[in-house]
Design a protein around this ligand. Structure first.
Ligand code: SF4
Length: 151
């Protein structure tokens, strides 16, 4: 399962398939990472610095984190894409097609001046989450999306 969790400043990526249950996250920020709660990641329970440090100790790569930079990322399932916005301005997209029981991501792009902020990964994660919600398999011909799926 893949999920993103956000607060005003941070976006946390979570890939349950990679988790080795070493609990470094739980020890590092027990109010944020609590497997007994739903959702198990609650970003409003601790300072961002504590959350970031706890994530940096995750030994498996199951957790990742980027700053939001005020960028909104949403899924537009009707049009088979996720979109990134800086205010009203669309600055990135990730597009997929439905083929039988598969989603296939064929294009991911973020405007050059917004590069290096993890926006492309956020776009791909939104599509992964949508595929999981609809119980669809996910493949990619887009080389960037393929890298995210393989990580
Ligand atoms: S630190 Fe990483 S590997 Fe360990 S429990 Fe947390 S998410 Fe899983």
């Amino acid at each position: 399962m893949h999920r993103t969790y956000e607060n005003e400043d941070l976006v946390v990526f979570w890939n349950s398939e990679k988790c080795r249950h070493a609990k470094e996250c739980v020890h590092g920020s027990p109010d944020t990472f609590n497997p007994a709660k739903k959702p198990w990641i609650q970003l409003d329970r601790a300072e961002n610095k504590e959350v970031w440090q706890a994530i940096s100790k995750c030994p498996s790569g199951a957790l990742g984190c980027v700053y939001r930079h005020g960028i909104e990322v949403t899924v537009d399932a009707e049009n088979c894409r996720s979109l990134a916005f800086d205010g009203d301005k669309q600055i990135g997209e990730c597009e997929y097609e439905k083929v039988g029981d598969d989603f296939c991501i064929y294009h991911t792009a973020v405007q050059e001046e917004y590069g290096g902020r993890g926006i492309a990964k956020r776009l791909v994660y939104k599509v992964i989450e949508q595929a999981e919600r609809e119980c669809m398999n996910l493949t990619a011909t887009c080389s960037y999306a393929r890298k995210v799926l393989e990580k």
